[in-house]
Design a protein around this ligand. Structure first.
Ligand SMILES: [Zn+2]
Length: 209
């Protein structure tokens, strides 16, 4: 079951007090209509009853896919009011699900949550993708250092997009950027994967207990 909650907040645009709904957990097996909202980042969007502008509540939640046995927890980094009781309850839930053969992941940023859903939906081993993502990031960070004339602080973000297959070649496609307005598409050839990575890439069973 998906669970939502209500909160009273002032609209950031016109300051009128609003009662807003937000989700604490989303079950995409029982409520498949919510999945596209999660993926588009519009899960907790409301329209202000006064000025009719969009209000987006940024809040952590659980993403639960019962059919694929996947549980993702979005725990936003600035949620530093850690409630220990709540934390214990979450850990118990996590252990129970892992015991049942679930893949359980905790993400600290919304874009990493949607990336994880994309990876797992394509039946890929997300840990292999993570390794290649880190490698891709080092390649980019190194290459920018070599271009000595460029000033500034580049911290590349690398996100998995898809697997591209042609007749003889397979590539992992990433979107990379140091600023979201300049997204580069980068491709990582399968032939550069280690044999261990090649073996595990399409194996999700080894991620489960
Ligand atoms: Zn308003």
């Amino acid at each position: 079951m998906s669970r939502n909650n209500k909160t009273r907040q002032n609209c950031p645009h016109c300051n009128s007090e609003q009662e807003l709904n937000y989700y604490q957990s989303v079950n995409v097996t029982l409520n498949p209509e919510l999945k596209s909202k999660v993926l588009s980042g519009k899960l907790n969007d409301s329209i202000c009853t006064n000025c009719h502008k969009e209000i987006n509540i940024v809040s952590g939640f659980f993403y639960h896919d019962m059919s694929q046995k996947i549980m993702l927890e979005l725990a936003l980094a600035d949620d530093d009011t850690v409630d220990h009781k709540e934390e214990d309850a979450k850990n118990q839930l996590r252990d129970k699900l892992i015991e049942q053969g679930y893949i359980y992941r905790k993400l600290k940023q919304y874009p990493r949550l949607t990336e994880k859903i994309t990876i797992l939906d394509q039946k890929l081993n997300d840990l292999v993708i993570e390794q290649v993502t880190h490698r891709m990031k080092s390649i980019l960070d190194e290459s920018i250092k070599e271009v000595g004339s460029i000033e500034g602080n580049f911290d590349f973000k690398v996100f998995f997009k898809k697997i591209e297959s042609s007749l003889f070649k397979k590539k992992i496609v990433f979107h990379c950027f140091s600023h979201p307005s300049q997204i580069m598409e980068m491709k990582y050839d399968f032939k550069n994967l280690t044999s261990d990575e090649k073996n595990k890439l399409y194996n999700q069973d080894i991620l489960r207990k």
